[in-house]
Design a protein around this ligand. Structure first.
Ligand code: GLN
Length: 538
């Protein structure tokens, strides 16, 4: 078992997650089994309680962990499924240590931050490694080198290296600015980052040099000399258009050869990322555009548009578009716009299809309902995801079934027709303010009804999809909705919960209570997204 640690230098947001996932993909192509672990330095037990504008998308694993979007990157790049063991936060680590202390598991001794916290981190990393039976464990340490928050994780890395130096490789993903005034790439911040890492007792084996442009020879040499890393282990990682090109780019600079050399390993096959290159090529050559609108509210942040909150949806659209040999063009549509001005709705006709993704709380909901009504009436392909399905049901109840005061318990607990309701067990949780990790989470079975769009897309009867919601379609209204033409296309057999709705006499009107976007990857585009995009094109 080999351990590859990845930490970030200079600043955040330079693509450590993509770098980690890409290294994994490359090693896979060499015939090795890979597992990835994400460490997030926050105190939160998981990402579930955080606002998406602050944290970005909350990704959900099959076993129902609400985690960081990097786990989503790993799943998409590596085509593997993660679990709770692949996700470590400061909160999780401290919680376990404190619980152990309360259970007298430290045999009466004083429990201390060092070494007990790093030891718990190491225990978790080794557990993930053992379960996976992988050849390589990639561990991404969140945050930036030099900050207080991730120090104990670096300490854990140092301790693992001390135990088994021959099995550990440490990568610093750093950033090299090119200031506009001078136009010259600067290495100093990276030098300082490497030194900060040194002062934590860690010498990086490799530096991934992120920058707007590729690294030249003199800069490579400089980093090599000042950061104490062989020149060949300074890998150039310039900005590129598509994240999916990163593995190919890394290999151009000989990344895997350097890692394998360190471990005295040889490639197990002639892996050259063949499938991956093929798909990247399609993504570049597709020219005909498919125009998709996403109606949401989590992308306003000051003057910037934040797309992180919907990252899996965006990627799923891309995968599906490329699978249909089309170029995706995604447009952000702010739901509140349709609340104020009904005339704005007409603009929706310019899109080939509309997606209403997940969301929480009442803000923006009425605008989304108007959009859904417009899509239904004007036969615009529509895909609803989680909240998107709940709102499609509300729209149908109000405007087709004549239940004017139809709503969701979440938005209006006292409404006359709660077509989306709260389950009894959820009611208790809300009352007791037990919000963290208590939604209906993770993978559930869903049985598809024959001759539906969904059944045709999935080509199977039983499917497993991931959930993250508190509210459900209220079965008391099921008959009424069905009698007016709402098709219950997928149902959870165990609890008789409606998971997919469709409308007939419409080219594509499908909405799911689950989040199909979490299971799409470039090499395995999700069937529902694929069919949706196909209809959009048609
Ligand atoms: N807010 C809704 C619920 O909790 C939908 C959640 C979502 O879209 N993920 O049921």
């Amino acid at each position: 078992m080999k351990y590859i640690f990845v930490a970030g230098g200079v600043m955040s947001g330079i693509g450590k997650g993509i770098a980690t996932a890409s290294i994994g993909r490359i090693l896979q192509s060499k015939g090795f089994k890979v597992v990835a672990v994400k460490i997030d330095p926050y105190i939160n037990i998981d990402a579930g309680t955080m606002n998406p504008v602050e944290h970005g998308e909350v990704f959900v694993t099959k076993d129902g962990v609400e985690c960081d979007q990097d786990i989503g990157n790993y799943e998409r790049f590596l085509d593997i499924e993660s679990t709770t063991d692949n996700y470590i936060t400061t909160g999780r680590v401290y919680k376990t240590v404190i619980e152990k202390e309360r259970n007298l598991e430290y045999n009466g001794r004083c429990v201390e931050v060092v070494p007990d916290i790093p030891n718990e981190v190491i225990r978790r990393i080794k557990k993930a490694a053992k379960i996976s039976k992988a050849d390589f464990v990639l561990i991404e340490i969140g945050g930036t080198v030099g900050e207080y928050q991730n120090m104990l994780f670096l300490e854990a890395a140092r301790m693992i290296r001390l135990q088994r130096p021959q099995d550990v490789f440490f990568i610093l993903v750093s950033y090299l600015p090119v200031p506009g005034v001078t136009g010259e790439m600067k290495t100093k911040p990276t030098q300082y980052s490497a030194r900060t890492l040194n002062s934590a007792g860690i010498q990086p084996d490799m530096i991934l040099a992120r920058s707007s442009v590729a690294l030249d020879k003199p800069r490579k040499r400089k980093i090599s000399i000042f950061c104490n890393v062989p020149e060949k282990n300074v890998i150039s990682a310039p900005d590129i258009k598509s994240i999916y090109e990163v593995p190919i780019n890394f290999e151009k600079d000989g990344l895997s050869a350097r890692i394998l050399k360190k471990f005295n390993l040889r490639s197990r096959n002639k892996g050259d990322l063949k499938d991956w290159k093929k798909f990247v090529n399609t993504s570049k050559t597709a020219t005909q555009v498919v125009k998709i609108g996403i109606v949401g509210k989590y992308f306003e942040t000051g003057k910037f548009v934040l797309q992180d909150s919907y990252i899996s949806v965006i990627e799923a659209i891309k995968h599906a578009s490329w699978a249909n040999d089309k170029k995706p063009e995604i447009h952000w549509l702010l739901s509140s716009k349709y609340e104020k001005k009904s005339s704005a709705l007409k603009e929706l006709k310019q899109y080939d299809g509309i997606i209403v993704p997940g969301g929480f709380g009442v803000r923006g909901v009425e605008g989304k309902i108007k959009v859904i009504e417009f899509c239904r009436k004007n036969k615009i392909p529509f895909l609803g995801l989680c909240l998107g399905m709940q709102l499609a049901v509300i729209e149908f109840a109000r405007n087709v079934c004549g239940l004017k005061d139809a709503n969701s318990y979440e938005m209006s607990p006292d409404c006359k027709f709660p077509v989306i309701d709260v389950m009894p067990e959820q009611k208790i949780l809300i009352k007791e303010k037990k919000y963290g990790g208590t939604m209906r989470l993770g993978e559930y079975e869903c049985e598809l009804r024959p001759n539906t769009i969904s059944a045709k897309a999935y080509k199977s009867k039983l499917i497993y999809e991931r959930h993250r919601h508190r509210y459900e379609l209220n079965n008391e209204f099921r008959r009424k909705l069905e009698s007016k033409g709402l098709v219950m296309a997928g149902v959870n057999p165990e609890r008789d919960l409606v998971e997919i709705i469709e409308i007939k006499e419409h080219p594509f009107f499908v909405a799911t209570q689950f989040h199909p976007e979490f299971k799409s990857s470039p090499l395995h585009p999700h069937p529902l997204f694929r069919e949706f995009v196909k209809t959009c094109i048609e």
